[in-house]
Design a binder for this molecule. Sequence first.
Ligand code: CU
Length: 157
Amino acid sequence: MKLFLTTALIAFTVTSAFASGTHEGSDDGMMEVGMPAKKKAGMTKVNVSMIETEDGEMLFEPRKLDFKAGETVQFTFTNNGENAHEFVMDTFASIEEHKGVMEKFPEMEHDDPNAIRLQPGEKGTIVWTFANEGAFEFACLIPGHYEAGMNGALTVN
Ligand SMILES: [Cu+2]
């Protein structure tokens, strides 16, 4: 009986994650890493570039990010590579879980406020308030890209 319940729970979790395309967060968008925000005067502005090197690396520039709890940040992303790339920021555990789902369903696209996907040459923005102190991660979860270098530490102090 116990085994049956566990299996059912896992099946439900995987199915709902695939169906909705989101893996955490409540209706107001609040996540452990923070929440979507509106542009405001004096907010921090950060440019993040997605690049590919001649020896096959795929990288974010800058390679790590540091913010303060409560800080509102306007990210401007530019895909300077020749492949589609994405930026997802989350807890290490959620990134790992999400990465596993992406490997199973590579065609899945994120529709999450903490993520953006850009085609080559495209630009995009996320405005975000970091709510909690902690060690987080940002990554591109298109299969193979994380391993090619597209991950970095996001620290909120
Ligand atoms: Cu990528």
